[in-house]
Design a protein. Structure first.
Length: 577
Protein backbone atom coordinates (compact mmCIF):
# COMPACT_ATOMS: atom_id res chain seq x y z
CA UNK A 1 0.00 0.00 0.00
CA UNK A 2 1.45 3.40 -0.90
CA UNK A 3 2.47 5.65 1.94
CA UNK A 4 -0.02 8.42 2.65
CA UNK A 5 0.76 12.10 3.04
CA UNK A 6 -1.47 14.19 5.26
CA UNK A 7 -1.73 17.79 6.31
CA UNK A 8 -4.25 20.06 7.97
CA UNK A 9 -5.70 20.76 4.57
CA UNK A 10 -4.74 17.96 2.23
CA UNK A 11 -4.19 14.24 2.30
CA UNK A 12 -2.45 12.47 -0.51
CA UNK A 13 -0.58 9.35 -1.43
CA UNK A 14 3.10 9.80 -1.93
CA UNK A 15 4.67 9.11 -5.29
CA UNK A 16 8.23 8.12 -4.41
CA UNK A 17 10.92 8.86 -6.98
CA UNK A 18 14.25 8.18 -5.30
CA UNK A 19 16.98 10.52 -6.61
CA UNK A 20 20.14 8.98 -7.95
CA UNK A 21 22.82 8.80 -5.23
CA UNK A 22 25.55 11.37 -5.55
CA UNK A 23 29.18 10.68 -4.83
CA UNK A 24 30.29 11.96 -1.39
CA UNK A 25 32.47 15.04 -1.50
CA UNK A 26 36.11 14.25 -0.76
CA UNK A 27 35.89 10.60 -1.78
CA UNK A 28 35.00 10.86 -5.44
CA UNK A 29 38.53 11.40 -6.73
CA UNK A 30 39.84 8.33 -4.87
CA UNK A 31 37.06 5.94 -5.73
CA UNK A 32 36.69 6.69 -9.45
CA UNK A 33 40.27 5.70 -10.47
CA UNK A 34 40.05 2.55 -8.36
CA UNK A 35 36.75 1.65 -10.03
CA UNK A 36 38.43 2.13 -13.41
CA UNK A 37 41.26 -0.19 -12.41
CA UNK A 38 38.83 -2.80 -11.18
CA UNK A 39 37.26 -2.85 -14.63
CA UNK A 40 40.51 -4.41 -15.88
CA UNK A 41 40.72 -8.17 -16.02
CA UNK A 42 42.78 -10.04 -13.40
CA UNK A 43 45.40 -11.22 -16.00
CA UNK A 44 45.84 -7.60 -17.11
CA UNK A 45 46.58 -6.53 -13.53
CA UNK A 46 48.84 -9.46 -12.53
CA UNK A 47 50.86 -8.98 -15.71
CA UNK A 48 51.88 -5.61 -14.27
CA UNK A 49 53.37 -6.24 -10.77
CA UNK A 50 53.79 -2.57 -9.91
CA UNK A 51 50.16 -1.88 -10.74
CA UNK A 52 48.99 -4.89 -8.74
CA UNK A 53 51.03 -3.78 -5.69
CA UNK A 54 49.77 -0.18 -5.95
CA UNK A 55 46.20 -1.38 -6.30
CA UNK A 56 46.50 -3.58 -3.20
CA UNK A 57 47.85 -0.72 -1.12
CA UNK A 58 45.22 1.65 -2.50
CA UNK A 59 42.40 -0.74 -1.69
CA UNK A 60 43.68 -1.27 1.87
CA UNK A 61 44.03 2.48 2.34
CA UNK A 62 40.57 3.11 0.95
CA UNK A 63 39.01 0.57 3.30
CA UNK A 64 40.80 2.07 6.31
CA UNK A 65 39.80 5.56 5.18
CA UNK A 66 36.14 4.68 4.82
CA UNK A 67 36.13 2.77 8.10
CA UNK A 68 37.63 5.65 10.07
CA UNK A 69 34.74 7.27 12.00
CA UNK A 70 36.32 10.73 12.05
CA UNK A 71 37.78 10.69 8.55
CA UNK A 72 35.08 12.90 7.13
CA UNK A 73 34.02 14.65 10.34
CA UNK A 74 32.30 17.99 10.74
CA UNK A 75 33.99 21.31 10.06
CA UNK A 76 33.29 24.95 10.72
CA UNK A 77 31.28 27.04 8.28
CA UNK A 78 33.16 29.63 6.24
CA UNK A 79 30.73 32.51 6.89
CA UNK A 80 29.42 34.06 10.08
CA UNK A 81 25.79 33.95 11.12
CA UNK A 82 24.91 37.49 12.19
CA UNK A 83 22.02 38.80 14.28
CA UNK A 84 22.36 42.62 14.33
CA UNK A 85 19.20 43.25 16.43
CA UNK A 86 20.70 41.13 19.22
CA UNK A 87 24.27 42.26 18.60
CA UNK A 88 26.21 39.04 18.01
CA UNK A 89 27.70 36.81 15.36
CA UNK A 90 29.31 33.38 15.28
CA UNK A 91 30.30 30.66 12.83
CA UNK A 92 27.94 27.68 12.86
CA UNK A 93 28.91 24.19 11.76
CA UNK A 94 29.34 23.62 8.05
CA UNK A 95 26.20 22.39 6.30
CA UNK A 96 23.81 23.89 8.86
CA UNK A 97 21.07 25.97 7.23
CA UNK A 98 19.06 28.77 8.79
CA UNK A 99 15.38 27.96 9.32
CA UNK A 100 13.00 30.96 9.59
CA UNK A 101 10.98 31.38 12.74
CA UNK A 102 7.26 30.89 12.37
CA UNK A 103 5.13 33.99 12.99
CA UNK A 104 4.01 32.84 16.43
CA UNK A 105 7.64 32.17 17.46
CA UNK A 106 8.80 35.71 16.79
CA UNK A 107 9.22 37.78 19.93
CA UNK A 108 9.89 34.72 22.08
CA UNK A 109 13.21 33.45 23.45
CA UNK A 110 14.15 31.68 20.19
CA UNK A 111 16.23 34.17 18.20
CA UNK A 112 17.42 31.83 15.44
CA UNK A 113 17.49 28.16 14.50
CA UNK A 114 19.84 26.27 12.22
CA UNK A 115 19.64 22.62 11.33
CA UNK A 116 21.39 19.75 9.55
CA UNK A 117 19.23 16.62 9.44
CA UNK A 118 18.45 15.57 13.02
CA UNK A 119 21.12 17.88 14.45
CA UNK A 120 19.97 21.33 15.56
CA UNK A 121 21.50 24.59 16.64
CA UNK A 122 19.20 26.96 18.48
CA UNK A 123 20.04 30.49 19.51
CA UNK A 124 18.03 31.83 22.43
CA UNK A 125 18.09 35.36 23.80
CA UNK A 126 16.72 35.87 27.31
CA UNK A 127 16.18 39.52 28.10
CA UNK A 128 15.87 41.55 31.28
CA UNK A 129 12.34 41.52 32.68
CA UNK A 130 10.64 44.88 33.35
CA UNK A 131 12.26 46.90 36.14
CA UNK A 132 8.98 46.69 38.02
CA UNK A 133 5.99 44.46 37.60
CA UNK A 134 2.64 44.52 39.29
CA UNK A 135 1.41 41.30 40.86
CA UNK A 136 -2.11 41.27 42.33
CA UNK A 137 -2.08 45.01 42.88
CA UNK A 138 1.39 45.08 44.49
CA UNK A 139 4.59 46.36 42.93
CA UNK A 140 7.57 44.03 43.08
CA UNK A 141 11.16 44.69 42.14
CA UNK A 142 12.26 43.38 38.74
CA UNK A 143 13.38 39.75 38.53
CA UNK A 144 16.62 38.38 37.16
CA UNK A 145 16.83 37.08 33.60
CA UNK A 146 15.30 33.68 33.09
CA UNK A 147 17.81 30.81 33.17
CA UNK A 148 18.24 28.93 29.90
CA UNK A 149 17.66 25.61 31.70
CA UNK A 150 14.14 26.77 32.60
CA UNK A 151 13.38 27.39 28.92
CA UNK A 152 14.86 24.04 27.85
CA UNK A 153 12.89 22.27 30.58
CA UNK A 154 9.67 23.42 28.93
CA UNK A 155 10.99 22.76 25.41
CA UNK A 156 12.76 19.38 25.53
CA UNK A 157 11.01 16.33 26.96
CA UNK A 158 12.90 14.90 29.91
CA UNK A 159 15.36 17.80 30.22
CA UNK A 160 13.84 19.07 33.47
CA UNK A 161 14.99 15.98 35.36
CA UNK A 162 18.59 16.55 34.28
CA UNK A 163 18.75 20.35 34.33
CA UNK A 164 20.75 20.46 37.59
CA UNK A 165 23.19 17.70 36.68
CA UNK A 166 25.14 18.45 33.49
CA UNK A 167 28.07 16.18 32.68
CA UNK A 168 30.16 19.30 31.99
CA UNK A 169 29.81 22.69 33.70
CA UNK A 170 32.59 25.23 33.29
CA UNK A 171 33.27 28.92 32.78
CA UNK A 172 35.16 29.81 29.60
CA UNK A 173 36.34 33.28 28.63
CA UNK A 174 35.46 33.97 24.97
CA UNK A 175 36.68 37.29 23.53
CA UNK A 176 36.40 38.93 26.93
CA UNK A 177 32.98 37.43 27.77
CA UNK A 178 32.71 35.09 30.78
CA UNK A 179 30.60 32.37 29.14
CA UNK A 180 29.16 29.29 30.79
CA UNK A 181 29.58 25.95 29.00
CA UNK A 182 27.40 22.94 29.91
CA UNK A 183 26.69 19.53 28.37
CA UNK A 184 23.84 17.12 29.05
CA UNK A 185 23.06 13.68 27.66
CA UNK A 186 19.38 13.24 26.87
CA UNK A 187 17.12 10.73 25.15
CA UNK A 188 14.71 12.37 22.72
CA UNK A 189 12.26 9.93 21.20
CA UNK A 190 14.23 6.78 20.47
CA UNK A 191 17.65 8.37 20.06
CA UNK A 192 20.32 9.69 22.41
CA UNK A 193 21.58 13.26 22.05
CA UNK A 194 24.17 15.57 23.51
CA UNK A 195 22.73 18.95 24.51
CA UNK A 196 25.64 21.40 24.60
CA UNK A 197 24.91 24.95 25.75
CA UNK A 198 27.19 27.97 25.65
CA UNK A 199 25.67 31.02 27.40
CA UNK A 200 27.04 34.52 26.84
CA UNK A 201 25.79 37.22 29.27
CA UNK A 202 25.55 40.44 27.25
CA UNK A 203 24.40 43.83 28.52
CA UNK A 204 20.88 43.51 27.12
CA UNK A 205 20.35 39.74 27.21
CA UNK A 206 21.84 36.31 27.87
CA UNK A 207 22.47 34.73 24.46
CA UNK A 208 22.77 30.93 24.44
CA UNK A 209 24.02 28.71 21.63
CA UNK A 210 22.34 25.32 22.02
CA UNK A 211 23.86 22.47 19.98
CA UNK A 212 21.62 19.38 19.84
CA UNK A 213 23.63 16.54 18.32
CA UNK A 214 22.92 12.85 17.82
CA UNK A 215 25.15 10.86 20.16
CA UNK A 216 26.24 8.52 17.37
CA UNK A 217 27.60 11.51 15.43
CA UNK A 218 29.28 13.16 18.41
CA UNK A 219 32.94 12.10 18.19
CA UNK A 220 36.06 14.01 19.23
CA UNK A 221 36.25 15.95 15.97
CA UNK A 222 32.59 16.98 16.17
CA UNK A 223 33.08 18.16 19.76
CA UNK A 224 36.12 20.14 18.66
CA UNK A 225 34.20 21.90 15.90
CA UNK A 226 31.36 22.82 18.28
CA UNK A 227 34.02 24.24 20.60
CA UNK A 228 35.41 26.34 17.73
CA UNK A 229 31.92 27.44 16.72
CA UNK A 230 31.07 28.64 20.22
CA UNK A 231 34.43 30.37 20.62
CA UNK A 232 33.85 32.28 17.38
CA UNK A 233 31.00 34.11 19.17
CA UNK A 234 31.56 37.86 19.24
CA UNK A 235 29.57 41.00 19.93
CA UNK A 236 28.75 43.32 17.04
CA UNK A 237 26.97 46.66 16.94
CA UNK A 238 23.29 46.28 17.69
CA UNK A 239 21.01 47.60 14.94
CA UNK A 240 17.33 47.55 15.84
CA UNK A 241 14.84 46.45 13.21
CA UNK A 242 12.63 49.20 11.85
CA UNK A 243 9.14 48.09 12.73
CA UNK A 244 6.42 48.84 10.20
CA UNK A 245 2.99 49.08 11.77
CA UNK A 246 0.51 47.15 9.65
CA UNK A 247 -2.74 48.74 10.69
CA UNK A 248 -6.09 48.51 8.98
CA UNK A 249 -5.12 50.96 6.25
CA UNK A 250 -1.70 49.47 5.47
CA UNK A 251 -0.93 49.27 1.75
CA UNK A 252 0.32 46.28 -0.19
CA UNK A 253 3.71 47.97 -0.37
CA UNK A 254 3.75 48.30 3.44
CA UNK A 255 3.09 44.57 3.77
CA UNK A 256 5.85 43.77 1.27
CA UNK A 257 8.36 45.95 3.13
CA UNK A 258 7.41 44.36 6.44
CA UNK A 259 7.93 40.90 4.92
CA UNK A 260 11.35 41.93 3.60
CA UNK A 261 12.38 43.15 7.05
CA UNK A 262 11.28 39.89 8.65
CA UNK A 263 13.14 37.77 6.11
CA UNK A 264 16.32 39.87 6.33
CA UNK A 265 17.32 37.68 9.28
CA UNK A 266 16.94 34.52 7.17
CA UNK A 267 19.83 33.97 4.75
CA UNK A 268 18.68 32.60 1.42
CA UNK A 269 15.07 33.77 1.72
CA UNK A 270 13.54 36.47 -0.45
CA UNK A 271 10.20 38.20 -1.00
CA UNK A 272 8.41 38.09 -4.37
CA UNK A 273 5.44 40.31 -5.23
CA UNK A 274 2.48 39.34 -7.41
CA UNK A 275 0.67 41.38 -10.11
CA UNK A 276 -2.70 41.27 -8.35
CA UNK A 277 -1.20 42.52 -5.06
CA UNK A 278 -3.25 39.85 -3.28
CA UNK A 279 -0.31 37.60 -2.44
CA UNK A 280 3.21 37.95 -1.07
CA UNK A 281 5.52 35.01 -1.82
CA UNK A 282 8.26 34.34 0.73
CA UNK A 283 10.64 31.77 -0.70
CA UNK A 284 14.04 30.11 -0.59
CA UNK A 285 13.62 28.93 -4.18
CA UNK A 286 15.59 30.65 -6.93
CA UNK A 287 13.76 28.86 -9.77
CA UNK A 288 11.94 31.75 -11.39
CA UNK A 289 9.99 29.67 -13.92
CA UNK A 290 8.59 27.54 -11.10
CA UNK A 291 7.65 30.60 -9.05
CA UNK A 292 6.02 32.26 -12.05
CA UNK A 293 3.88 29.16 -12.65
CA UNK A 294 2.98 29.02 -8.97
CA UNK A 295 1.90 32.67 -9.00
CA UNK A 296 -0.13 32.08 -12.17
CA UNK A 297 -2.04 29.29 -10.43
CA UNK A 298 -2.50 31.24 -7.21
CA UNK A 299 -3.97 34.20 -9.05
CA UNK A 300 -5.99 32.07 -11.47
CA UNK A 301 -7.55 30.07 -8.65
CA UNK A 302 -8.35 33.27 -6.74
CA UNK A 303 -10.48 34.46 -9.67
CA UNK A 304 -12.44 31.20 -9.42
CA UNK A 305 -12.85 31.53 -5.63
CA UNK A 306 -14.10 35.09 -6.01
CA UNK A 307 -16.60 34.00 -8.66
CA UNK A 308 -17.98 31.20 -6.46
CA UNK A 309 -17.68 33.11 -3.16
CA UNK A 310 -17.82 36.84 -4.02
CA UNK A 311 -15.94 39.07 -1.56
CA UNK A 312 -17.31 42.31 -0.16
CA UNK A 313 -16.15 45.56 -1.82
CA UNK A 314 -13.82 46.34 1.11
CA UNK A 315 -12.19 42.87 1.15
CA UNK A 316 -8.43 43.50 0.94
CA UNK A 317 -6.73 40.64 2.79
CA UNK A 318 -3.16 39.93 1.65
CA UNK A 319 -2.11 36.28 1.70
CA UNK A 320 1.39 35.22 2.73
CA UNK A 321 2.58 32.10 0.88
CA UNK A 322 5.86 30.55 2.06
CA UNK A 323 7.47 28.32 -0.56
CA UNK A 324 10.36 26.14 0.60
CA UNK A 325 12.89 25.05 -2.00
CA UNK A 326 13.06 21.47 -0.70
CA UNK A 327 10.93 19.01 1.23
CA UNK A 328 13.58 18.83 3.97
CA UNK A 329 13.48 22.59 4.45
CA UNK A 330 9.67 22.45 4.56
CA UNK A 331 9.70 19.86 7.36
CA UNK A 332 12.37 21.80 9.26
CA UNK A 333 10.29 24.97 9.17
CA UNK A 334 7.03 23.36 10.22
CA UNK A 335 8.49 20.75 12.58
CA UNK A 336 6.61 18.16 10.52
CA UNK A 337 7.66 14.71 9.34
CA UNK A 338 7.12 12.58 6.29
CA UNK A 339 3.47 12.64 5.33
CA UNK A 340 2.80 16.41 5.19
CA UNK A 341 2.70 18.12 1.78
CA UNK A 342 1.44 21.59 2.67
CA UNK A 343 -0.55 23.43 5.29
CA UNK A 344 -2.39 26.59 6.16
CA UNK A 345 -2.39 27.81 9.76
CA UNK A 346 -5.41 29.84 10.94
CA UNK A 347 -3.27 31.07 13.84
CA UNK A 348 -0.45 32.54 11.73
CA UNK A 349 -2.46 32.85 8.45
CA UNK A 350 0.55 31.57 6.50
CA UNK A 351 0.22 29.05 3.67
CA UNK A 352 3.32 26.82 3.58
CA UNK A 353 4.42 24.31 0.91
CA UNK A 354 7.50 23.12 -0.96
CA UNK A 355 8.73 22.53 -4.49
CA UNK A 356 8.04 18.82 -5.10
CA UNK A 357 10.26 18.75 -8.17
CA UNK A 358 11.72 15.39 -7.09
CA UNK A 359 8.21 13.89 -6.97
CA UNK A 360 5.94 15.80 -9.32
CA UNK A 361 5.50 19.57 -9.45
CA UNK A 362 1.89 19.07 -10.43
CA UNK A 363 1.42 17.89 -6.85
CA UNK A 364 2.77 21.23 -5.61
CA UNK A 365 0.44 23.14 -7.92
CA UNK A 366 -2.60 21.15 -6.74
CA UNK A 367 -1.65 21.57 -3.07
CA UNK A 368 -1.16 25.34 -3.36
CA UNK A 369 -4.64 25.74 -4.89
CA UNK A 370 -6.19 23.49 -2.21
CA UNK A 371 -4.53 25.36 0.66
CA UNK A 372 -5.09 28.81 -0.84
CA UNK A 373 -8.82 28.09 -0.73
CA UNK A 374 -8.54 27.58 3.04
CA UNK A 375 -6.56 30.81 3.31
CA UNK A 376 -9.12 32.76 1.26
CA UNK A 377 -12.04 31.44 3.29
CA UNK A 378 -10.27 32.22 6.56
CA UNK A 379 -10.30 35.93 5.65
CA UNK A 380 -13.57 35.95 3.68
CA UNK A 381 -15.71 34.19 6.27
CA UNK A 382 -14.33 36.09 9.25
CA UNK A 383 -12.39 33.08 10.58
CA UNK A 384 -15.54 30.99 10.86
CA UNK A 385 -14.77 27.31 11.37
CA UNK A 386 -16.61 25.04 8.94
CA UNK A 387 -17.34 21.32 8.86
CA UNK A 388 -14.68 19.24 7.14
CA UNK A 389 -17.07 18.11 4.38
CA UNK A 390 -17.34 21.74 3.28
CA UNK A 391 -13.77 22.84 3.97
CA UNK A 392 -11.75 19.90 2.67
CA UNK A 393 -14.29 18.97 0.01
CA UNK A 394 -13.91 22.40 -1.57
CA UNK A 395 -10.12 22.31 -1.20
CA UNK A 396 -9.98 19.11 -3.26
CA UNK A 397 -12.63 20.40 -5.67
CA UNK A 398 -10.47 23.42 -6.55
CA UNK A 399 -7.34 21.27 -6.47
CA UNK A 400 -8.64 19.83 -9.74
CA UNK A 401 -8.41 23.17 -11.54
CA UNK A 402 -6.74 22.90 -14.95
CA UNK A 403 -4.69 25.86 -16.21
CA UNK A 404 -4.16 24.98 -19.87
CA UNK A 405 -5.95 28.12 -21.07
CA UNK A 406 -6.35 31.66 -19.75
CA UNK A 407 -9.55 30.58 -17.97
CA UNK A 408 -8.99 27.88 -15.31
CA UNK A 409 -11.29 24.90 -15.72
CA UNK A 410 -12.57 22.51 -13.04
CA UNK A 411 -11.81 18.84 -13.72
CA UNK A 412 -12.63 15.77 -11.63
CA UNK A 413 -8.99 14.72 -11.37
CA UNK A 414 -5.92 15.79 -9.44
CA UNK A 415 -2.29 14.78 -10.09
CA UNK A 416 0.30 12.67 -8.36
CA UNK A 417 -1.78 10.33 -6.25
CA UNK A 418 -4.06 13.13 -5.06
CA UNK A 419 -6.89 11.93 -7.26
CA UNK A 420 -10.19 11.25 -5.44
CA UNK A 421 -12.11 10.09 -8.52
CA UNK A 422 -11.02 6.45 -8.46
CA UNK A 423 -11.09 6.31 -4.66
CA UNK A 424 -14.78 7.25 -4.30
CA UNK A 425 -15.87 4.92 -7.09
CA UNK A 426 -14.08 2.04 -5.39
CA UNK A 427 -15.64 2.99 -2.03
CA UNK A 428 -19.12 2.90 -3.56
CA UNK A 429 -18.47 -0.42 -5.27
CA UNK A 430 -17.23 -1.87 -1.99
CA UNK A 431 -20.01 -0.09 -0.01
CA UNK A 432 -17.35 1.30 2.33
CA UNK A 433 -18.56 4.92 2.18
CA UNK A 434 -20.39 6.53 5.09
CA UNK A 435 -24.08 7.35 4.79
CA UNK A 436 -24.15 10.98 3.61
CA UNK A 437 -26.12 12.17 6.64
CA UNK A 438 -23.49 10.70 8.94
CA UNK A 439 -20.54 11.95 6.88
CA UNK A 440 -21.59 15.60 6.71
CA UNK A 441 -22.31 15.76 10.45
CA UNK A 442 -18.94 14.38 11.57
CA UNK A 443 -16.76 16.54 13.78
CA UNK A 444 -13.13 17.03 12.81
CA UNK A 445 -11.83 13.98 14.66
CA UNK A 446 -14.52 11.67 13.30
CA UNK A 447 -14.05 12.95 9.77
CA UNK A 448 -10.26 12.58 9.87
CA UNK A 449 -10.47 8.98 11.09
CA UNK A 450 -13.13 7.81 8.63
CA UNK A 451 -11.97 4.69 6.78
CA UNK A 452 -11.36 2.43 5.11
CA UNK A 453 -8.26 4.33 3.89
CA UNK A 454 -6.62 7.52 5.03
CA UNK A 455 -8.11 9.44 2.11
CA UNK A 456 -11.65 8.06 2.27
CA UNK A 457 -13.07 11.14 3.99
CA UNK A 458 -11.42 13.44 1.44
CA UNK A 459 -12.77 11.41 -1.47
CA UNK A 460 -16.33 11.36 -0.15
CA UNK A 461 -16.36 15.08 0.71
CA UNK A 462 -14.83 15.95 -2.67
CA UNK A 463 -17.51 13.96 -4.52
CA UNK A 464 -20.34 15.64 -2.59
CA UNK A 465 -18.95 19.14 -3.27
CA UNK A 466 -18.28 18.29 -6.91
CA UNK A 467 -21.87 17.08 -7.28
CA UNK A 468 -23.36 20.16 -5.58
CA UNK A 469 -21.26 22.76 -7.39
CA UNK A 470 -21.51 21.20 -10.82
CA UNK A 471 -25.24 20.69 -10.34
CA UNK A 472 -25.74 24.33 -9.32
CA UNK A 473 -24.05 25.33 -12.59
CA UNK A 474 -26.41 23.14 -14.60
CA UNK A 475 -23.73 20.57 -15.44
CA UNK A 476 -25.44 17.56 -13.82
CA UNK A 477 -28.14 15.73 -15.83
CA UNK A 478 -31.67 16.32 -14.48
CA UNK A 479 -32.16 12.64 -13.75
CA UNK A 480 -29.42 12.95 -11.09
CA UNK A 481 -30.40 16.38 -9.77
CA UNK A 482 -32.98 18.25 -7.67
CA UNK A 483 -33.03 22.09 -7.89
CA UNK A 484 -33.28 22.30 -4.08
CA UNK A 485 -29.73 20.96 -3.87
CA UNK A 486 -28.42 24.20 -5.39
CA UNK A 487 -29.26 26.08 -2.18
CA UNK A 488 -27.31 23.81 0.17
CA UNK A 489 -23.90 25.53 -0.08
CA UNK A 490 -25.17 29.17 -0.19
CA UNK A 491 -27.42 28.60 2.85
CA UNK A 492 -24.63 26.88 4.77
CA UNK A 493 -22.21 29.76 4.17
CA UNK A 494 -24.81 32.42 4.95
CA UNK A 495 -25.82 31.02 8.35
CA UNK A 496 -22.35 29.86 9.40
CA UNK A 497 -20.75 33.27 8.83
CA UNK A 498 -23.66 35.19 10.33
CA UNK A 499 -23.62 33.10 13.51
CA UNK A 500 -19.86 33.37 13.93
CA UNK A 501 -19.97 37.12 13.37
CA UNK A 502 -22.61 37.36 16.08
CA UNK A 503 -20.41 35.34 18.41
CA UNK A 504 -17.28 37.40 17.74
CA UNK A 505 -19.22 40.65 18.16
CA UNK A 506 -20.42 39.42 21.56
CA UNK A 507 -16.88 38.50 22.60
CA UNK A 508 -15.44 41.84 21.50
CA UNK A 509 -18.25 43.77 23.19
CA UNK A 510 -17.60 41.94 26.44
CA UNK A 511 -13.90 42.65 26.07
CA UNK A 512 -14.50 46.37 25.52
CA UNK A 513 -16.72 46.57 28.59
CA UNK A 514 -14.16 44.76 30.70
CA UNK A 515 -11.39 47.04 29.43
CA UNK A 516 -13.43 50.18 30.05
CA UNK A 517 -14.20 49.00 33.57
CA UNK A 518 -10.47 48.73 34.25
CA UNK A 519 -9.71 52.12 32.77
CA UNK A 520 -8.30 50.47 29.65
CA UNK A 521 -10.99 51.44 27.17
CA UNK A 522 -8.57 52.64 24.51
CA UNK A 523 -6.69 49.36 24.50
CA UNK A 524 -9.94 47.42 24.47
CA UNK A 525 -10.99 49.32 21.35
CA UNK A 526 -8.19 47.76 19.30
CA UNK A 527 -9.82 44.67 17.78
CA UNK A 528 -6.78 44.16 15.57
CA UNK A 529 -4.95 43.04 18.69
CA UNK A 530 -7.52 40.33 19.24
CA UNK A 531 -6.74 36.96 17.68
CA UNK A 532 -10.23 35.73 17.00
CA UNK A 533 -9.04 32.23 16.25
CA UNK A 534 -7.49 32.00 19.72
CA UNK A 535 -10.82 33.01 21.23
CA UNK A 536 -12.58 30.49 19.06
CA UNK A 537 -10.32 27.72 20.34
CA UNK A 538 -11.07 28.70 23.93
CA UNK A 539 -14.78 28.89 23.24
CA UNK A 540 -17.20 26.43 24.81
CA UNK A 541 -17.50 23.53 22.31
CA UNK A 542 -21.24 23.49 22.96
CA UNK A 543 -21.52 26.99 21.44
CA UNK A 544 -19.67 25.92 18.31
CA UNK A 545 -22.00 22.95 17.98
CA UNK A 546 -24.96 25.32 18.21
CA UNK A 547 -23.57 27.34 15.28
CA UNK A 548 -22.86 24.20 13.25
CA UNK A 549 -26.33 22.88 13.97
CA UNK A 550 -27.93 26.11 12.78
CA UNK A 551 -25.87 26.10 9.56
CA UNK A 552 -26.70 22.44 8.87
CA UNK A 553 -30.39 22.98 9.53
CA UNK A 554 -30.51 25.93 7.14
CA UNK A 555 -28.67 24.06 4.38
CA UNK A 556 -29.60 20.39 4.69
CA UNK A 557 -32.71 20.58 6.91
CA UNK A 558 -35.25 20.51 4.07
CA UNK A 559 -33.39 17.94 1.98
CA UNK A 560 -34.65 14.36 1.75
CA UNK A 561 -31.36 12.71 2.72
CA UNK A 562 -32.28 9.24 1.45
CA UNK A 563 -33.17 10.67 -1.95
CA UNK A 564 -30.06 12.85 -2.00
CA UNK A 565 -27.84 9.87 -1.24
CA UNK A 566 -29.40 7.85 -4.04
CA UNK A 567 -28.99 10.72 -6.52
CA UNK A 568 -25.38 11.23 -5.43
CA UNK A 569 -24.53 7.51 -5.68
CA UNK A 570 -25.96 7.17 -9.18
CA UNK A 571 -24.24 10.37 -10.31
CA UNK A 572 -20.81 9.29 -9.03
CA UNK A 573 -21.05 5.86 -10.67
CA UNK A 574 -22.82 6.79 -13.91
CA UNK A 575 -22.64 10.55 -14.42
CA UNK A 576 -19.21 11.54 -13.09
CA UNK A 577 -16.77 11.35 -15.99
Amino acid sequence: MPQELRSSGVSLRKVSLAPAPSAPRGRFRVLVPIASLLSMSLPQITARPRLARWLSLALIGCVLLLASPGAFGQKLARDYFEDPPNGYRFKPLDGYTSVPLQPDERGGPLAAQLTSGENKLWVMALYDPPAEEEVEGRTRAGKRREEITAVLSSTLNGFKNKADSPTTDETVKVKGIESRHRIWELTLGRDDYFIEVWTFPLVHADVSLIYITEKQRFDRRWASVIDKSAKSFAEIERVANQVIELGKGASYEDHVEAAKQREAANPGWSVVTTPSKKFIIVTSSVKRNFLDELIKRLEGSRTVFEKDFPPSPDFNAISIVRVCATEEEFHQYGGTGDGVAGWFSPMTTELVLYDAVNIDRNMTYAVVVHESFHQYCHFLFGQAEAHRWFDEGHGDYYGGLEFKTSRPKITPTMPSGLDRYGEIKEMIRAESYKPVKEHINQDHRQWQSQGPTGVSSYAQSWSIIYYLRQGAEGKVPRKFWNPDYAEIIPNYVRVLTAEYKKLFDEIEEARKKKGAGNGEGDEADEPGELNRQALLMRMNPARKNEIWKAAMEASWGKIDMDKFEQDWLVYVMDGLQ
